[in-house]
Design a protein around this ligand. Sequence first.
Ligand SMILES: *Cc1c(COP(=O)(O)O)cnc(C)c1O
Length: 390
Amino acid sequence: MITPPPPFEQPVYVTRPLLPPLEAFAQALQPVWASGWLTNAGAVQQSLEARLTTLLGAPHLSLYGNGTLALVVGLKALGLQPGQGEVITTPFTFPATVHALHWCGLTPVFADIDPHTLCLSPEAVRQRIGPRTVGILGVHVYGQPCDVVALEALAQRHHLALAYDGAHAFGTTAQGRPVAQWGDATMYSFHATKLFHTAEGGALALRSAAHHRQAELLRNFGIVNEDTVALPGINAKLNEIQAALGHVVLDQLGPERERRAAIRRRYAQGLAGVPGVSLLTLPEGVEDSLQYLVMRVHAGAAGLSRDELHARLKRYNIITRRYFYPLCSDYPFYRHLTGARPEELPVARQVAAEVLSLPLHGGLSDACVDRITQAIAYELAQPAARGAAA
Ligand SMILES: *Cc1c(COP(=O)(O)O)cnc(C)c1O
């Protein structure tokens, strides 16, 4: 007989930012204080850029104040002009993906996702390509890579720009290569909730040196030198203080990833045999970002909807998140767009109703994980719930 675990005294959130020892951060700030140089292509930002270029295997990479701005600048750097056309993207993502298209004056067009990768389905994309299509914007959702080979083939055949939102894909590889080497542009987010972070921050990896030069201009008001402003850029720079934080967070990433991998294995053991739920697993050969732990609740077999479980876990102070619900195509201001009608997105619709992100961060103890899986198992075993769902 399963018994319910006691509620947590403090809320347990899906993530907690990786905080290095304060002394390490203070030490990393010393050169910044010594130089008095706080931003504008400072030495610390440049050294972090170099470190991440190597680590992420990017052909070219620069740092940004946040991932959203990196994506906006990336789309512009690829030459996609406002009012120019449509970009095919996924509805199953964080709002920023689609908002970035909007801020670039591009028209988002939605295509359904693949039931296994939960990323854009290349076949669905193919069906949406029309005379106004200028690009494809995929999302490596939960750090699971898109079908990069099929999307590349489509982009080449139809002369489309191919960009990726890789906000979850720090360290992800596809076909044995880092995701930064696929597509024309890949954005990373270094927000505090992401695996690697600079509190706020982001990066843009670009395939071509020309696009990279363009992006660097756009990032800093279009300023070339004292005499010349080449284009109407924006301020999207990362400052020295955040870059210093990035260095010390990067130093801690190895142990954090190991701990997260162990936590994920423990969840898998704890939830094995619990009916109606399954953990998302990555395909063979995919190097994972360990950013999220996603469970799917199959309402029929579970006897409980995802929303009901989400609400019940709150009573234990377990704060799970329904990433990514609602679909971007359901936002009132995107509902009118091509491909946004619910019946055109059957897979995305079903998946968005089933996913639940569970707490995953290095600070979780084994005992904590066991209490969470116990709470899930207990709630799913409640006969009243089964009756209600029947
Ligand atoms: C976090 C996130 C973003 C936004 O990144 P910021 O650095 O917060 O601007 C964009 N897309 C996805 C998929 C994200 O998860």
